[in-house]
Write a new protein. Structure first.
Length: 652
């Protein structure tokens, strides 16, 4: 037995030795030549958390190494405790390395979470760096206020509100106002719908009942529900009645016109949309007859009745219309005047003759049944002058008037008649023939000069030859614009009326006057200064007077304290009273053309004559010489070059 055990033991040892040899041989071939590589860690990072709401967020990760084995699962895991693992909440976002995005859902509002990216291969589960975020607070109802109620009528009113919700409120999907005759109205009552979103809005309530008290609140709806503003209370207006009014007594009756009107004391509770008077040859006229339309609203108004027939009786009532209908005032009666004829008048015998002026006038003894709207005298070198010839304008109405006839030629025969105009036409008085005194004042060599299509008279004062009229050359531009160096002569006409240029001449800025010589403008002077006369805008052979040349004129007329009166046109045709000391004995015939100031406005017509000189005491100003309606002085002063003034040209 012992021998058999020994043999068995020897056999086992031999078998074990053989297995060892086989193992060593295999190891030499396989293991020793290709040893097993130890495992490599997975490398990844966690993305920043974005798009955070009350219940969701976004994150993700980037896997830069799979650890030597394919990534079979990846995503993010999160928890309210630090170092979350895949045993917590997680996403599953495909496989492999690279960047991935994860949508985190099912979160609780106002809660702090920890999140990590994860990646799994056959060997390991790896995690990225930890990120932390807090979800938004739970959504609240909108916060808003209700506006005061305005524009209240019988059936409508205006309200609205202001929605001031903060971050906790979600998007407002509907807003408006709701109202009821009971307190605390809701959207189950009457309501408006006025868009969405926060901010101010306006609501127009309609379908209301007259003379009724309402309660109104602004409302705003989001995904939580509907919030309401403070409550406002208002009462609609009482029911509407017809307007109450009276008819104005009729005045200014002519053959075809009259004046009336009315006074609307109440609008009946609804705005008056039309008002006026209506008339007929039968009693109780309505708006179906002839009528005027004179605005809207309550209060007094004036109506002009036109298209009437002469010598006819009419019935007139004021009317006022609101949404209910038309109310009428008391009835007034008028009878138009008989048919109109031309005025009747006589001409006053002319007197006070000078070389260029005389005095005349007329007496309108009858207006022909219609007001005289214009009167004066007209004259011509031919018989039977009319208002198409030169004429004066001496007021309106009947009675005696005096006319100052000016701007005549010396030693010339004229025919003159008084005239008066009413709506029928123009009537003339008897004709007189007369002649002006021979003129010693005209410049002997140039009695007149034609420039720019206009004839200018001349006047010799001492050794100087002057134009007797203000310069009127150039293209008219509005007073609101500056004259510019554009190669076009430009002028202003007082009040932007061309007719004023015809009488008083043009107005010019200083730069335009000197025609921008040597760089001169309305803000700078010339460089270099001129060495002789400055022609500027004057015709060839004439120039802009200097300050000293006006002094030469004044000295000849007895000094500056007397010269102004001797230079001003006499009478009140152009100068306003008192036109002190005006004799015009020099023949200069100065007219008060006023000025265009540096802001583009006009002033001084009828009261002041401002004349530029070419003298420039300062780069931004120049000398002017001035005549005034209240004295006889030839004055002076500095003037802003941007102002527009008159010009008299002087012969070289």
């Amino acid at each position: 037995m012992k021998t058999e055990l020994k043999i068995s033991f020897i056999i086992l040892i031999a078998i074990g030795f053989g297995l060892l040899l086989v193992f060593l041989t295999t190891c030499k071939k396989d293991c020793c030549n290709d040893p097993v590589t130890p495992p490599v860690p997975i490398a990844l990072t966690t993305d920043t958390v974005t798009d955070i709401t009350q219940t969701t967020a976004k994150s993700g990760g980037t896997i830069t190494s799979d650890g030597g084995d394919t990534i079979t699962a990846r995503g993010v895991c999160w928890s309210t405790a630090q170092s979350p693992t895949i045993a917590d909440s997680l996403t599953s976002d495909s496989i492999g390395i690279g960047n991935f995005t994860s949508s985190i859902t099912g979160l609780s509002a106002s809660t702090t979470y920890y999140v990590r990216a994860y990646a799994i291969n056959r060997v390991d589960t790896a995690y990225g760096n930890q990120r932390t975020f807090t979800t938004l607070a739970a959504t609240a109802l909108p916060v808003l206020t209700t506006d005061p109620v305005t524009n209240i009528t019988q059936t409508t009113a205006t309200c609205g509100g202001v929605i001031t919700s903060g971050k906790r409120a979600s998007v407002v999907t509907e807003r408006g106002v709701c109202w009821s005759t009971s307190p605390n109205p809701t959207t189950a009552n009457s309501k408006t719908s006025d868009g969405s979103g926060t901010g101010a809005f306006v609501s127009n309530m309609t379908g209301l009942n007259a003379n009724t008290t309402y309660f109104v609140r602004a409302y705003a709806t989001n995904n939580v529900g509907t919030g309401y503003g403070n409550e406002q209370t208002f009462s609609t207006l009482p029911p509407i009645n017809l307007p109450t009014l009276t008819t104005t007594s009729i005045t200014n009756i002519t053959q075809t016109t009259a004046v009336s009107g009315g006074n609307i004391t109440t609008d009946g509770g609804s705005p008056v949309t039309e008002r006026g008077v209506c008339w007929s040859t039968s009693p109780n006229p309505t708006t179906a007859n002839n009528k005027t339309s004179d605005g809207s609203g309550i209060g007094t108004f004036v109506s002009n009745l036109t298209g009437l027939t002469a010598n006819t009786t009419y019935y007139v009532r004021a009317y006022a219309t609101n949404t209910i209908g038309t109310g009428y005032g008391n009835e007034e009666v008028l009878t138009t005047l008989p048919n109109i004829t031309l005025p009747t008048l006589t001409t006053t015998n002319p007197s006070n003759f000078t070389q260029i002026t005389f005095t005349c006038g007329g007496d309108v003894t009858s207006d022909g049944g219609d007001p005289v709207t214009a009167r004066g005298v007209c004259w011509s070198t031919s018989s039977n002058p009319t208002v198409n010839d030169p004429h004066t304008s001496d007021g309106t109405g009947t009675g005696i008037f005096i006319s100052q006839v000016t701007n005549l030629l010396p030693n010339t025969s004229y025919y003159i008649r008084a005239y008066a105009t009413n709506s029928v036409g123009t009537a003339y008085g008897n004709e007189f023939g007369c002649a002006t005194v021979p003129n010693a004042f005209y410049c002997p060599e140039v009695p007149t000069i034609t420039y720019g299509g206009q004839v200018y008279n001349t006047v010799m004062i001492g050794s100087q030859c002057w134009m007797r009229e203000n310069l009127n050359i150039g293209t008219e531009i509005p007073g609101s614009l500056d004259q510019t160096d554009n190669g076009i002569m430009e002028k202003y006409c007082y009040d932007d009326l061309a007719s004023n240029c015809d009488v008083y001449g043009g107005l010019y800025q200083w730069g335009e006057m000197v025609q921008y010589l040597n760089g001169a403008s309305n803000t700078t002077t010339w460089n270099p200064p001129p060495t002789g006369n400055v022609q500027g805008i004057c015709p060839p052979g004439w120039h802009i007077p200097t300050y000293d040349e006006y002094d030469i004129l004044a000295d000849y007329l007895g000094g500056t304290s007397l010269a102004g009166g001797k230079m001003k046109e006499t009478g009140f045709t152009h100068w306003l009273a008192p036109n002190t000391d005006a004799t015009n004995e020099s023949g200069f015939t100065a007219l008060p053309g006023g000025s265009r100031n540096n802001n583009g406005f006009f002033g001084g017509l009828g009261t002041v004559a401002w004349f530029w000189t070419s003298t420039t005491p300062h780069p931004q100003s120049a000398w002017i010489r001035t005549l005034h309606f209240a004295n006889g002085v030839l004055d002076d002063g500095n003037q802003d070059k941007a102002e527009g003034e008159s010009i008299r040209c002087l012969k070289d």
